[in-house]
Design a protein around this ligand. Structure first.
Ligand SMILES: *Cc1c(COP(=O)(O)O)cnc(C)c1O
Length: 417
């Protein structure tokens, strides 16, 4: 493979080696962390470009620094393409990450101590949705909803009841570990009935939303935030979209309230990713992500694994390991599968009795596998490896054999570079 890091190799062999080792790891392991993906070479080139040198506090054509003509064009492109992709009224493309994208919304419509109604972390929510260890849990009064114990689907009756009882200023719809469609219209009705603002955090499902494979939150929500690096397959970053009436407030919350200079190189990379996502190819890719996820669900079920909610509508599955083997924890599964060449993460399942460092579940996603070209034909193979690795309880011979097979598959489907 062509190596474009020759200057680095000469100047700093230590860091060069680390990057090459990571590149090798990504090429030779099956990436099944649901929040990860392999972004395009064009996106990575922009992120490695001279745009990183530029300060550009402010908005395009209204900067606090000179010399911004070209980065202005890049940011305007990113904004225009994002609007075309999601059909939003306004977007700020400067948040550095999904967490910053959410922070901008909270700063825009809440005062410290105000109430947020959001999904519980242990039921699939995100740290920024009110976890005690996160700024959101420290600054605001958090009320949490969850999923129903029997169906593992969002309990919309509970959302409505809690909204009525606690009068939240903001309701958040969105999750990091929820395998089903989210009914944004139901959330919108509840928000309207209780005079609350509604934020849809589509960090995980953005690529499915912009390809119409998941119901669209844009028409019914005040704010929509997302990361750009998960199913959307762009650079590691975030964006905050909103209705026009909140545009000024969101802009001033991103800068100067919460961030300094934007990352111009990442904004250019976001522009590239939005253009990629606007192509028909990206819709076929996203359809394949879901096909693979459903096919993997069927294959896992046939091997005796239990899935929260019984299956999936999107890019991820949440495996409850207890019915398969009550003694195997999520941490065990993560370690054994890793040694077998498959990267997943342990994950709390709803109503989990184990701690977060142990867990009774794993979360598995298909976006990265699909990017390297795997299809539904390969999913039974992967389910088989899960079964062999876990039933052997990490036996080193069994794991070593799987490792050879996963590596072969990886070599036949290289990561685009
Ligand atoms: C990943 C994620 C985020 C935050 O993303 P970072 O870029 O890691 O800050 C926010 N919300 C949800 C629901 C997520 O899944």
């Amino acid at each position: 493979m062509a190596d474009n890091l020759q200057t680095l190799a000469q100047q700093d062999p230590e860091v060069y080696k680390i990057i090459k080792n990571e590149e090798n790891r990504q090429q030779l392991m099956l990436e099944m962390i649901a929040s990860e993906n392999h972004t395009s070479p064009a996106v990575m080139e922009a992120q490695g470009s001279c745009l990183t040198n530029k300060y550009a506090e402010g908005l395009p054509r209204k900067r606090y620094y000179g010399g911004c003509d070209h980065v202005d064009e890049a940011e305007e492109l990113a904004i225009d393409r994002c609007k075309a992709l999601f059909g939003c009224e306004h977007v700020n493309v400067q948040p550095h990450s999904g967490s910053q994208a959410n922070m901008a919304v909270y700063f825009s419509c809440l005062q410290p101590g105000d109430t947020i109604l959001a999904m519980d972390l242990s039921h699939g929510g995100h740290l920024t949705h009110g976890s005690k260890v996160n700024f959101s849990g420290k600054l605001y009064n958090i009320v949490s909803y969850g999923v129903k114990e029997d169906t593992k689907m969002i309990d919309y009756d509970q959302v409505a009841e809690l909204a009525k009882q606690h009068n939240p200023k903001l309701i958040i719809a969105g999750a990091s570990a929820y395998p089903r469609k989210i009914d944004f219209e139901k959330f919108a009705q509840i928000a309207k009935d209780n005079d609350a603002k509604l934020l849809a955090d589509i960090a995980h499902i953005a690529g499915l939303v912009c390809t119409q494979l998941h119901p669209d939150p844009i028409p019914v929500c005040d704010f929509v935030t997302t990361t750009t690096h998960k199913t959307l397959r762009g650079p590691r970053s975030g964006i905050t979209m909103c209705k026009e009436e909140y545009a000024k407030s969101i802009n001033s919350c991103v800068f100067p309230r919460m961030q300094g200079g934007p990352l111009c190189h990442v904004i250019a990379a976001k522009a590239i990713a939005f253009a990629e996502a606007l192509k028909p190819d990206f819709k076929s890719y996203s359809e394949q992500v879901i096909k693979n996820s459903k096919s993997l669900a069927d294959a896992l079920l046939s091997k005796g694994f239990d899935l929260c909610s019984g299956g999936t509508d999107n890019h991820l599955n949440l495996v409850d390991l207890r019915p398969y083997d009550a003694n195997v924890t999520g941490a065990d599964a993560e370690n054994w599968l890793h040694d077998a060449g498959i990267v997943v993460n342990k994950n709390l399942i709803p109503f989990d009795t184990r701690k977060a460092t142990e867990t009774s579940g794993i979360r598995i996603g298909t976006p990265a596998l699909t990017t390297r070209g795997l299809t539904e034909e390969h999913m039974p193979l992967i389910a088989n490896w899960f079964d062999t690795a876990l039933s052997s309880k990490g036996d080193s011979t069994a794991i070593e054999n799987i490792r050879k097979e996963t590596e072969e598959l990886c070599k036949s489907f290289p990561v685009p570079h």
